[in-house]
Structures are given as C-alpha cells and as structure tokens.
Design a protein around this ligand. Structure first.
Ligand code: UT7
Length: 322
C-alpha cells in the first residue's frame, strides 16, 4: 500500500511583529481583552515588499531542505490560500517558477482557514493513486492585506505567515485518513463581501476587508469541532489515546480548548501557537506543526491529528503518522 508521508516541514513568519499593546494605540481595545477572549498576544505582519507567494516560497524552500529534495523531484504543488497574490495565475504557479520547478501541476485551493487541510487531502489522493510522488503542500496567507484596521472586532484576530510540508510516496505509514466538508449556508457570517465578479462598490472604502459575526462563528466552530471529533474517533474505532498530538487550526484559544475537551485530549498534548501567531488561516496548522517539530515535542513515529474550521463554512481533519 502506498502512503503519502511527511518527508519535510518548513515555515516562515514575516519579521515585523504587531503586539496587542501596539493595537491599543491604533484602536479602542486592550491587551487584556484580546488575551482573555482569544489568547492572542502578538501577530506577524508582512512588509510592503512581501506577498503570499514570497512567504510561501520561503516556507517551501525550508521544507524542501528539510526533506532533502530539489526542484527536479517536485511533481505537484498545491497552495491553500484565501489571499493569493493575483486573481490569476495561481500563487502555486508563481512559487513553482521561483523554485525552478518545471511542468508539474500547480494550483491554489480556496477553502479559507481549512485551505491547508483541503490541499493535504487532495495531495494525499494524488500520491495514493500514483498521480504524484513528491508534493509541496503549502498554506500561505497575508491576511493583513484584507484586515480593516479600524474594526476592532476583526483587526485583533489575524496574522500573516506560511508553512509547507513535503509529501512523498512511501511504503511506511503517513497520512492515515483525511476528511473535508463544506456547508455554504453560512456564507454571510464570515466573508470578504466583494470581489472581481460581484464588484467592490458595496464596501465602505472600495477595498476588500474581512467581515465576521464573531459570536455566531465561534458557536459554529465549537459545534463543528465536535463533529470532527466524532468522525475521527469513528476512523480510529474510538481510540483517541492513539493520537499523540492534536494540531488544530489556530483561531482562538477558547475554541482550541473546547475542541480538545470534545476530543478528550489533555492540553499537554495540544499544539497551540495562537498566542504568538494569531489566526493565520490556511497557514496556521503547518506553522504550528513546524514549531512543535523544531522544539522537539513532535517526533518521528508520533500520530498527529489536524483539524480546521473556516469561512464557507469549510472544515476538515487529517490523522497522520509523522
Ligand atoms: O478561523 C475561523 C474563523 N474565526 C473564528 O473562529 C473566530 C470566532 N470568533 C471569536 O473568536 C470570538 O467571537 C471573538 C474573539 C471574535 C469575539 O469574542 P466574543 O467573546 O464572542 O465577544 P463579542 O463579539 O460577543 O463581544 C463582546 C464585547 C462587545 O461589547 P459589548 O457589546 O458587550 O459592549 C464588543 O463590542 O467585546 C467588544 N469587543 C471588543 N472590546 C475590546 C469586540 N472586539 C473588541 C476588541 N477589544 N478588540
């Protein structure tokens, strides 16, 4: 049986850091409110010259070095992003060119905060069916570009960053299961309500900004993590103890804690980076994974569970032998 195995991981965070204290100077908020309601302390923000493609490229180069693969080995590139550089071509194609990779399929997946899990699910299917042998799965976001810095309800929540895994075909166990879902019913609860086709006139400034009903999204996120927990447990035939590490999407520490409780995972086995990175949407899981691998918590042979929830609504999970 062929598995898709994580052969390498890399991530990249922009140098500029914006703390809660910095935000206090920009809007009517407080470090205390942000930490209590979200767990966030700071976030990284891109400079004018950085883009989703440039930070995604940096993460990909680090993951390729970690996996000891070169451009000639790569035969699939998928980027999960809600903040692509251009309408087209895909950010994946821009990264492909900068890496010097030739000819392989390269495309973006738009599933908001679930983008990395969607991309991982698709790459897993390619590898298992023989369509690819070495894939780059990237989550990269520049959410600061669609943040309304005058809206305290959303501006405090998001950050920029990128993470990448190299998936390789292997006889050894790798990705054990994936699930992806969507329910378009809740489009208006979390969205950027403008774009190329519907136009930009209905926005206040002619710019694209995230709008969210935070409370309603919070409730759906917690309910959905419960569904994800049940689905994953069914896969594992109820043995949640087999999971060494839970690596969830990093939106809010209270959502992460509720999700861990639903799963029956003690917090010592949960990777949380939301305090340092805030919500980086499609980048949050590979960023958290890379941090926990680098600091020695996650080791080869550990069983990991990823879970994400985001605009759409979209959600998904993966159980992976690292
Ligand atoms: O990635 C997946 C998608 N995103 C999420 O999962 C995020 C989901 N939502 C959340 O994380 C939470 O709903 C928030 C952190 C956004 C908000 O927390 P909350 O506990 O749901 O607060 P709330 O929206 O009910 O607001 C409570 C109060 C309000 O004041 P009043 O009406 O009670 O006087 C808000 O105006 O807090 C106020 N508030 C703030 N105060 C200080 C809202 N934002 C801020 C702020 N600073 N930044």
């Amino acid at each position: 049986m062929t598995y898709a195995r994580i052969a390498g991981i890399g991530s990249f965070l922009p140098e500029k850091v914006v703390t809660n204290k910095d935000l206090e100077k920009m809007m009517d908020t407080s470090d205390e409110w942000i930490r209590e309601r979200t767990g966030i302390k700071r976030r990284h923000v891109v400079s004018d010259s950085e883009t989703t493609a440039s930070i995604g490229l940096a993460a990909a180069e680090r993951a390729m070095a970690d996996a000891k693969v070169g451009p000639a080995d790569i035969d699939l590139i998928i980027v999960g992003t809600a903040t692509p550089d251009k309408v087209f071509p895909a950010t994946a194609c821009m990264i492909q060119r900068r890496l010097g990779v030739k000819g392989c399929p390269a495309f973006d997946v738009q599933a908001a905060c679930s983008g990395f899990i969607y991309a991982l699910d698709i790459a897993n299917r390619f590898i298992k069916t023989g369509g690819a042998t070495t894939a780059l799965v990237i989550g990269a976001e520049t959410l600061s570009r669609i943040t309304n810095w005058e809206d305290r309800g959303t501006a405090v929540l998001f950050g920029d960053g990128a993470g990448c895994v190299v998936l390789q075909a292997s006889d050894e166990a790798g990705i054990i299961s994936t699930h992806i879902h969507a329910d378009g019913e809740y489009e208006d609860l979390l969205h950027v309500p403008c774009g190329i086709s519907i136009g930009y006139d209905q926005t206040r400034s002619g710019r694209a900004f995230i709008e969210m009903n935070g409370n309603a999204v919070f409730k759906r996120a917690v309910e959905t993590f419960d569904k994800i927990a049940r689905e994953t447990m069914a896969d594992l035939e109820g043995e949640i103890g087999d999971i060494d590490w839970f690596v969830p999407h990093q939106a809010n520490m209270r959502i992460i804690t509720a999700a861990a409780r639903k799963l029956g995972m003690p917090m010592e086995r949960v990777i949380a980076t939301v305090d340092e990175h805030a919500n980086t949407s499609g980048a949050s899981i590979p960023l958290a994974l890379d941090q926990a691998v680098r600091d020695g918590r996650i080791k080869r042979g550990d069983t990991l569970m990823f879970a994400a929830f985001g605009a759409g609504f979209t959600w998904g999970s993966a159980v992976v032998k690292y």
